[in-house]
Design a protein around this ligand. Structure first.
Ligand code: FPP
Length: 226
């Protein structure tokens, strides 16, 4: 396809409502969301996209009830033990953005290991935003710049963000009907194209993903020029 985005971000919203519609607990929706996420990651790589960032848990989500968080952490454990080897075999690498330090210790280890064991020279990068917030990321970068005692330009500042080395997202998709970015890639999204859909994340199929990519491919990006 012409004008394929290099980097796509997805705000995977609507798991809870999807479960509610089926008179099921929220955890049921998260499990369905995880399965959808696994398929989409594989599909995105096949499509030729090089970077896919998935908003798995925001800094704000960490204040959800313990029961829901425990359920999500259970899914993380399952995912990061069962799926990473398959990803590596497909020549994909994993990167985590966000503050790992507030997560359960065994999960921190799984996340760090999933990054360090990633293959060199992978042709696809799967980025998980976990306990991630754009503002905390920017503040963290500012403090690191102050500690260095040097002024920064855009290039220098970018290298202090969690996304160091990753190109800015070209397209950000949000499922679940809300029209906002919710602290996702706040700095990096300056020139991202945005795509919003009412489809709840567990229903966001490959065909829906294709629709978003096709919509993007027809847009004219001027980056402020004429
Ligand atoms: C938003 O839906 C979704 C989340 C807060 C969690 C996203 C997690 C996954 C898709 C699966 C787990 C991922 C890994 C890496 C194992 P919501 O709960 O806010 O839905 P609602 O707006 O309908 O309530």
């Amino acid at each position: 396809m012409k004008n394929l985005p290099l980097h796509v971000g997805i705000i995977m919203d609507g798991n809870g409502r999807w479960a509610k519609k089926r008179i099921q607990p929220r955890a049921f929706g998260h499990k369905a969301g995880m399965n959808r996420m696994i398929s989409l990651a594989e599909y995105a790589q096949k499509t030729g996209i090089k970077y896919l960032t998935l908003y798995v848990l925001s800094t704000e989500n960490l204040s959800r009830p313990k029961e829901e968080l425990d359920g999500l952490f259970g899914l993380f454990r399952k995912y990061f033990t069962a799926n990473v080897k398959k990803l590596y075999a497909q020549n994909a690498r994993i990167k985590i953005i966000g503050d790992k330090s507030a997560l359960p210790e065994d999960i921190q280890k799984l996340l760090v290991d999933s990054e360090t064991n990633s293959p060199e020279g992978a042709d696809f990068t799967l980025i998980f935003a976990i306990n991630y917030g754009g503002r905390p990321e920017i503040i963290n970068a500012v403090n690191r710049a102050i500690e260095r005692g040097e002024k920064v330009d855009e290039k220098g500042f970018t290298s202090l963000l969690y996304t160091d080395g990753i190109p800015d997202p070209d397209l950000i998709i949000r499922t679940g009907g809300e029209l906002r970015l919710s602290n996702f890639l706040t700095y990096q999204a300056a020139y991202a194209e945005l795509y919003f859909t009412d489809v709840l994340f567990p229903d966001f199929t490959e065909a829906e993903f294709d629709r978003a990519i096709e919509n993007y491919s027809k847009r004219e990006r001027r980056f402020g020029k004429i």
